[in-house]
Unconditional design. Structure first.
Length: 368
């Protein structure tokens, strides 16, 4: 400290703190050799408390207001200093200003998933996060337990410890609640209130008061959520067989509109839906006997290619196995117009001998 700074400090008779930060919790007033003059003015603003410390011992605490420092309003310090008749000369003491305003929107969250046993899904891993609000309620205890001799104590220096405390108590609460995973969202308010009551006494041990603690989200791992989404989608679809028939008809209509497009796209879609239809039937009737090995595909006459006429438009060419697949799904009926190489004109599907057996076992389309 320069000579000018020393002289300036000795002339000061106002002790105050103008807080221009949002994260400072405790600030020690700088004074050369901690000397305070008799009659000095102490200014404590709203949301502040001033704590006097003498030789490491907490002395007097001042509430917001303007105080003239005399032996009458420093009773504890007077006792510690051994002043029997007051004091007239400067004395040494450290003055700590404590920010008592609420620190809001502080985040907490689980670093690692919490593993618990769910009655519906079995062992599951959950993550959770939320926010909390706290303030310093007992400045003397907070300085003694947390701050120590630090001249500038910020929120970051204590927030990590508070978050770890919240996560530990929340993990224990979640494991013991026995609430099913799918019902957790309906119990956020109850969990928040219970956790606040559980954590409040432990905050008080540090001289802190937690005024609000919220559980904002509890989530499953992404892969588990994806499976739940698929399950929900299947329940929305309903009857799988009817859905596949609808998709097959849509694909055939799209192929008819795309006369100059890639015919293989329509063939692939048709065969895919036909195979999915058979799979849907097996799922719907699990008692249906299944072969232990997949038999080889029957030989088809690859030279036969068919065109399909529907809604005044043509689509194709399609191989015979694709046409048979459309017949099985009901997309091609007896009246559907077909044409293949060697014919002079379009003919109804029932006119083709090779397709007649399949058409006879296919029910006619529903009347419009």
């Amino acid at each position: 400290m320069s000579l000018w700074e020393k002289a300036k400090a000795e002339l000061l008779d106002i002790i105050e703190w103008t807080d221009d930060s949002s994260d400072t919790m405790v600030w020690r007033f700088p004074r050369f050799e901690s000397e305070i003059k008799h009659g000095a003015q102490l200014v404590v603003r709203q949301s502040q408390l001033a704590v006097f410390v003498n030789m490491g011992q907490i002395a007097d605490v001042f509430a917001p207001g303007i105080h003239q420092l005399t032996s009458s309003n420093l009773p504890v310090l007077t006792t510690l200093m051994g002043w029997k008749y007051g004091f007239q000369s400067p004395f040494k003491a450290e003055v700590y200003f404590v920010n008592t305003s609420n620190f809001t929107n502080l985040k907490w969250g689980t670093k690692s998933p919490v593993i618990l046993r769910d009655p519906e899904f079995g062992p599951v891993r959950l993550r959770a996060f939320g926010t909390y609000v706290f303030r310093v309620s007992d400045p003397a205890k907070f300085i003694k337990e947390i701050v120590g001799t630090s001249g500038h104590f910020t929120l970051n220096e204590v927030s990590e410890q508070l978050k770890n405390l919240i996560v530990t108590r929340f993990s224990d609460l979640l494991g013991g609640s026995k609430i099913p995973v799918l019902d957790l969202a309906a119990n956020y308010n109850e969990l928040s209130a219970y956790l606040t009551g559980r954590i409040a006494p432990e905050f008080l041990e540090y001289g802190l008061e937690v005024s609000k603690l919220l559980v904002e989200n509890i989530s499953l791992p992404q892969e588990v959520e994806a499976v739940l989404d698929k399950k929900s989608s299947m329940e929305i679809v309903g009857n799988l067989d009817d859905f596949l028939k609808f998709q097959t008809g849509t694909a055939l209509e799209a192929g008819a509109k795309n006369q100059g497009g890639d015919a293989s796209a329509g063939i692939g879609m048709g065969m895919g839906f036909a195979m999915a239809n058979q799979l849907g039937k097996m799922v719907a009737d699990p008692q249906q006997p299944q072969q232990s090995a997949v038999p080889p595909l029957p030989l088809q006459e690859t030279s036969e290619m068919y065109y399909v006429g529907k809604n005044g438009k043509k689509a194709g060419p399609f191989a015979r196995n694709a046409i048979e697949g459309y017949i099985n799904t009901g997309a091609i009926s007896k009246e559907t117009l077909l044409w293949k190489q060697g014919l002079d004109a379009w003919q109804a599907a029932e006119s083709f001998p090779e397709l007649e057996p399949l058409l006879k076992q296919t029910p006619p389309p529903l009347p419009e």
